[in-house]
Design a protein. Sequence first.
Length: 673
Amino acid sequence: MLPEYGQLALIFALCLATCLSVIPLVGSFTGRVVWMSMSRPLVTGLFIFVAIAMGILAYSFYTDDFSVSYVANHSNILLPKAYKLSAVWGGHEGSVLLWVFMLTGWAFAVSLSSKNLPIDMLAQVLSVMGIITVGFLLFILLTSNPFDRMLPNVPLDGSDLNPLLQDFGMIIHPPMLYMGYVGSSVTFAFAIAALMSGRFDSAWARWSRPWTNLAWCFLTVGIALGSWWAYYELGWGGWWFWDPVENASFMPWIVSTALVHSLAMSEKRGVFKNWTLLLAIFTFSLSLLGTFLVRSGVLTSVHAFATDPERGVFILGFLFVVVAGSLTLFAARAHVVKSVPLFTLFSREAFLLANSIILVITASVILLGTLYPIFSDALNAGKISVGPPYFNFFFTKTMGLIAALMGLGIMMNWKTTDFAKIRRWQAIPLLFSVALGVVLPAFISDEYSVGAAISITLGSWVFLAVFSDIKRKAQNTDSLVRAMFRLNASYYGMVIAHLGFGLSLLGASLTTIYTLERDVRLTVGQSVDIGKYNYELADVRKERGQNYSADVGEIIVTRNGELVSVLTPEKRKYFSGGNIMTEAAIDAGFTRDIFVALGDKLSNTDWAVRIHYKPFIRWIWLGAIFMALGGVIAITDKRYKLARRRDQALVIKHNGDSETQSSGDMVEGEAVQ
C-alpha cells in the first residue's frame, strides 16, 4: 500500500499547487490580504507532500519493492545500498520527481526567508512557482508516474541500474545540477512578479540577487561535478565533449552568469532593468529546454533519460506556454520598467553590459549548434552532426574576449572612469601578463605553442588585474592588510569568482593544447615510453566485486627510473545484464594527471591500454570551486543584511496599513449588508 500513498501524496500536492497558483495571485490583484497570506501555508503543505512522495520512493528502493515498475527497472538485490539511493533519480520518473522536490524546496525556502518582502510581491512570486509546479506534477501523474505497479506479476529481482551511474559522482551530481536548474525558477518568478506589479527598483534587485547567486553556485558545482564524473568514469579521458545534454546545462549557466552581473548593475545603478528581466526569463527557459532535451527522446546520450515521444510533446507544450507567456508579458509590460542610463563608455556599467552581451551571444551559438541537427533531422533534411570543432572555434574566441574585458572592467569605476588615471594600474599587469604568456610555454613543452601563449596571457591578465585592483583600492591607506579587511564581502566574492574563472580558463586551454593520448597494445611484462614517463603492464588479475567481476591491470609508471605510481585500471562485467564497463585509474596531481584505462583483451597475453597525460586538468574543477565559493561569499555581504532589515521595517509598516485598510473594507461591507 505504501506506493499508493506516494501517489496520493502527489495528488494532494497537485491540489495544493493549483490553489497556490490561483488564490494568492488573485488576492494580490484584488487587495485581499488573507488570500495573499495563504501563500506560505500552501507552499509548506506542498513541500511536505512532495517530500513524502520522495521519501516513499526512496524507501521502495531501499526495501527492494519490485512490485513498483520504476524500482524493478532500475535496481536489483545485488545493487549496493549507496547506489540504490542514486537509483531514485537514476531514471526518468525519479529524476522528474527530484526536479519537483527541488522546486518545492526552493519555494519553501523563499517563503521562510521572505519577511522583508511585501505581501503582494511574495504572493505573486510563490504563485508563479506554483504554476510551474502544477505543470510538472501533471507531467508526473499523466506520463511519468514513479509509483506504477507491476501487479500481479511481481518479478523476483529487478533489472540493474546503468553501470555508468553506479558511482559516487551520480549520487551528488544530479542533485547539485538540479538545484541550479530549478533555482533559476526563483529569479524567473521574481521577474514575472515585477512585470505584473511594475515594481522594479533597487529593493527588487536586492531581494532576488541572493537567490540568483545561490542557484548559479549550485549550477556551477553541478556542471563541474558532471565534467569530473565523465572524466574518470567514462574511460575516454575527456572532461567535455560538447554533448547536447552537456550543452543543455551549460547554456543556462552562461546566461545566468550574465544575469548575475546584470542584477548587480540594476541594484547599484538602476540601469538595464529590462535586460535583467529578459535574462531571468531566458535563464529559466533554457533550463526548461534542457529538461525537454533530456526527457523528450530526441537525443541519444548517456545523460538522456527518456525515449517516449509523448513525454517530449508534453514538455514541449509546457515549454512553449512558459516561454511564450513570459515573453508576451514582457512585451506588454516592459514599458513600465524604467532605467536611468547615466554612464559613459569608459565605466563599469559599459564593460559589464558588453560582457553580458558576449555571454548571451555565446549561449546563442551553442544553442544553434545543439538544435540545428535536431531540426534538420525533424525536417527530413538529413542527419547532420555538429561537433567539437564548431563549438571550440566560437567558444575560444568569445571566452578570450570576455577574459580581456574582465581584466579591464574590474578596474573601472561606476558611472564614469578617468582612463588616464588608471592607465598605470593597467600597464603593469598587462606587461607582466604578456611576458608570462611569451616565456612560460617554452618551459611547459619542447614545442612552442602560440595558443598556449595567448591562453597564459589572458589567464595571467585576469589574475594580475584582480591583484592590481586590490592594491589600487588600498593606495590611500597606510597598510595593505588593513585596507583588505575594510573591503566588503561582495567585492571579495567577485575577486574570488574572477580568479576561479581565470584558473578554469588556464586549465581548459593548457589541457587541450598539451594533452598526450596513446592507445597501445601491451603484453604482460612489456613497457612503453610516452612523453617523459614509462608505463609497464606488470600484471592482469581477476577480482570480484559485490555485483560484478573484473579484470584488474597493474601498470607501473616510472620517470627516469624512479617510481611515480602503480595504477590499477579495471574492466568490469556486471552480473545483471552482462554490461561491461571501464574503470580508469588516475594518478592525480596539481599540475598533471596520468590517466590509464584497460581496454579489450586482444590475446591470451596482450591487452589494449589507453594512456593519457593531462597537464593542468585539475585547474578546471578547482576554478569552478573558486567561482562557486565567490558566489557564496558575495551572498554573505553585511550590506544586504542591513538593507533587508530596512526593507523589512518598511514592509511591516506597509502590511500593517494594508491589513488596516482591509479590515476597514470588511466592516464597511458588513454595514452595507
